[in-house]
Design a protein around this ligand. Structure first.
Ligand SMILES: O=C(O)CCC(=O)C(=O)O
Ligand SMILES: [Fe+2]
Length: 262
């Protein structure tokens, strides 16, 4: 049996109706091809390609995922954000400025993503401090099956507001010709799933999703995708070229504002 709400929607833009529908559970992903002008993509990709990417913490993220920028998940200790996050962010801002781009690609993403949303998309704050805007991620060996949910990863509220929904945004700058698919399963975390947890990892053994219905997305260059990351999802290994995406989390607050963080 197929759940008619377990579907992706492809549209020319992230409309208010589609974003609200994603929060409400009317779809699991919104795909917008040609999200940013081609020139912006190429310029950003060219700047990033020449730089060294770091790996996420090797113990938690194995196989390794490369990234340019700082993700809060690497600075989570006992359900809170470690001070090192803020120090790392300051260094990251310098690194992004060092790319010499005449714009901030994350700001462009927020502008376009929030164009139809009342109040747009702003960077979230914690303790009054602005969070990171996002990271460039390169999961060439894939992402393990996992879910993302700040509610379960952090105690209390991650941001200075209560979130009522969470999304994951990715803008694909480079995709492999083969592999690199994003798979989403119609399965949300259940306490019994912890028996499938890979020790010390962010991920789970694939058997965790059982025979749940799944959707496979093959991202295109220039496409932006907003998913409901509370569903278990994974990225398949790339078979040839690099898979590089600009990514950030997006939360919907109790007052209906959208906040991004990386
Ligand atoms: O790269 C992707 O397609 C999805 C990565 C992911 O796990 C996420 O954005 O939460
Ligand atoms: Fe994820």
């Amino acid at each position: 049996m197929h759940d008619p709400f377990f579907r992706t929607v492809t549209a020319p833009a992230f409309t208010r109706e589609l974003i609200a529908g994603l929060a409400a559970g009317r779809c699991v992903a919104i795909r917008v091809p040609g999200f940013l002008p081609r020139a912006v993509l190429t310029e950003t990709l060219r700047a990033l390609e020449s730089r060294a990417f770091d790996a996420y913490g090797r113990q938690r993220v194995d196989p390794p995922v490369m990234r340019f920028g700082v993700g809060v998940s690497d600075h989570r200790t006992a359900g809170t954000v470690a001070d090192g996050y803020w120090d790392a962010l300051a260094a990251q801002q310098k690194a992004w400025q060092g790319l010499g781009l005449p714009y901030d690609p994350f700001e462009k993403c927020r502008e376009v993503l929030g164009a139809d949303w009342p109040g747009g998309v702003s960077v979230g704050r914690r303790g009054g401090r602005e969070m990171g805007a996002g990271v460039a991620r390169e999961p060439n060996h894939g992402f393990q099956v996992h879910f993302d949910d700040a509610l379960r990863e952090f105690s209390g509220d991650l941001l200075d507001t209560t979130l009522v929904a969470q999304f994951a945004f990715n803008l694909y700058l480079s995709v492999p010709g083969s592999g690199g698919e994003t798979v989403i399963w119609r399965h949300r975390w259940h306490p019994a799933d912890e028996t499938f947890r890979i020790p010390d990892s962010y991920g789970y053994r694939e058997a965790v999703v059982g025979n749940a219905e799944s959707i496979e997305l093959r991202p295109e260059v220039g496409e932006a995708v907003l998913i409901n990351p509370r569903y278990f999802h994974a990225v398949r290994p790339s078979k040839d070229s690099r898979r590089i995406a600009l990514g950030f989390a997006v939360g919907m607050s109790e007052t209906g504002r959208l906040f991004a963080w990386g």
